[in-house]
Every structure is written in structure tokens, then in C-alpha cells.
Design a protein around this ligand. Sequence first.
Ligand code: SF4
Length: 124
Amino acid sequence: MAKGTMAVTWTGDIYPCQLYIKSKWKMGNLRSINFNNPNKQLKSILIKVDNLKKSKNDKCLKCWIRKICNGCIARYSDEIHPIPEAFCNFQKKYCEYVIAKLAELKSDEKKWSNFISNIFNKKG
Ligand code: SF4
């Protein structure tokens, strides 16, 4: 959320994410917004967005997959608290599956070599 993307409406209004297109999250408008010299409204939104990070969430700070979890917690930080267990359980199962698969590949030199080769030779 607002790390690499933002949502822009057809009128040019800018929001931190497509899930946050609500007046209280409006960052400004394409015609007037200045990220280099943010006004009070933009500063306030940027601070709120920053507070939605996993690094500022108590539950995430205690979680063993916090450094590899790719789940966006912003969807639960606006109106729904806390992050649902089912969401975290899915993230953990997904990470466990990927780690197990990587370990399986790594234990076979030929498979690992093919895997690495495929990553670096992949076109696109
Ligand atoms: S699994 Fe849940 S608690 Fe753990 S880092 Fe991801 S969102 Fe946070």
C-alpha cells in the first residue's frame, strides 16, 4: 500500500491504494499534489499509511514469517481489526509450502541447478 503503487481515480484524486478510495484517505489531486512539499492533508495520510506497516503491527512483530510474509495487512487496518487468524494461517501455510519446496529442490543438485538456471534464463 502506497509503497510502490497508489490509486488514481478518473477525476485525478489520489489514494494510497484501491481499497482506500474513501474521502478520509484522499491524498490530493494529480493537478495540485506536491510530494516534495506535502501539505497538512498529505502529511497526515502519509503518516497513517506508515503506521499500517507490518513493522508497526504488534501481531506481525511477533510472527515468525514477518520478513517473508507477502500478505497486505492494510485491508484489515482500516475498518476491520485485528488481522484475521485465517488470513495469517494462509500466509504461514503458503510460506511453509514454499520453504519446503525450496529445501526439496536444494537437496538435489541437478534440480537446484535447473531451478536457478530457469530463474535467470526466463524471458519476459
Ligand atoms: S502472517 Fe499475519 S501476523 Fe504474520 S506477518 Fe503476515 S500478516 Fe503479520
